[in-house]
Design a protein around this ligand. Structure first.
Ligand code: 4FX
Length: 249
């Protein structure tokens, strides 16, 4: 997968291109990255890429021309099939990013991420050169770079070989629509708190059931909304009934 970010701060992306599983995978050429700074497309000597908003109001707006040229430049770099590509603008006005959308994006060959700064970008860029507007949550941060990196990381976890054993991405919570179960590692006792015995039993069937019960219990108490739209397997229904009876007692 070839990911390009259109950003005034290319160096910010080193946190995902140089570190952790995503950094290692990029260094192994499992995925590729390039940043394009719209300032290089500013048509004035001073490299202006923002201007005051029509209609007045606070702050500045990113101008259409430099961004449009940057997106065109990104499209010329595409590897693989041009069709299997998407230009995404990160913004609080976007469609909320979901696990389903993450999976869909992980199938693409090319991803272009437009990172806004100031009060946002000229609407005409969105109308002519952006395929989708995506939000990573109902909050505002100073630029689209951190949301872009969040999206990149979530998507890359589903690109084959990025994680090594793809299993750990599919076992992530949200992958099966439930919150994650609690995790423990050595020492067996920490500040007087022991690890649940079941996890030391070596009985993998019982451990799997315990973990599923813990996921269901956490989802029921912390995010019951996730259970509303989720089809339950018979074993899950049985465990949920058991959990509900306990809380009714
Ligand atoms: C004032 O910033 C903006 C104003 C308008 C658009 C983009 C930005 C850049 N900031 C962003 C970007 C995305 C998200 C999100 N929720 O995905 C949050 N903030």
């Amino acid at each position: 997968m070839f990911i390009q970010a259109i950003t005034l701060f290319p160096e910010m992306f080193e946190s995902i291109t140089e570190y952790g599983v995503t950094g290692r995978a990029r260094k192994q050429d499992i995925w590729q990255f390039a940043a394009i700074n719209p300032r290089q497309f500013a048509d004035n000597k001073l490299g202006y890429i923002d201007d005051r908003p029509f209609g007045g109001g606070v702050g500045m707006v990113m101008m259409a021309e430099p961004l449009f040229c940057a997106i065109q430049a990104a499209k010329q770099q595409f590897s693989g099939s041009l069709k299997n590509s998407r230009v995404i603008y990160l913004s609080p006005q976007g469609q909320s990013l979901s696990h389903k959308k993450v999976l869909e994006l992980s199938q693409l060959d090319n991803l272009v991420l437009l990172c806004g700064r100031y009060e946002g970008v000229d609407e005409r860029v969105l109308q002519t050169a952006v395929d989708e507007e995506i939000s990573i949550g109902d909050f505002v941060v100073s630029g689209g770079e951190l949301p872009a990196m969040m999206l990149m990381d979530a998507v890359l976890r589903f690109v084959p070989n990025v994680l090594g054993e793809i299993a750990s991405a599919e076992q992530d919570s949200f992958a099966d629509g439930l919150l994650d179960y609690p995790h423990y590692t050595r020492p067996a006792e920490f500040q007087g708190m022991a690890v649940p015995d079941i996890l030391k039993s070596g009985n993998h069937a019982l451990i799997a059931e315990w973990r599923l019960e813990q996921s269901l219990r956490r989802t029921l108490t912390r995010r019951p909304d996730l259970l509303v739209s989720r089809e339950l397997l018979p074993q899950e229904t049985r465990l949920l009934d058991k959990i509900r009876q306990e809380s009714d007692e």
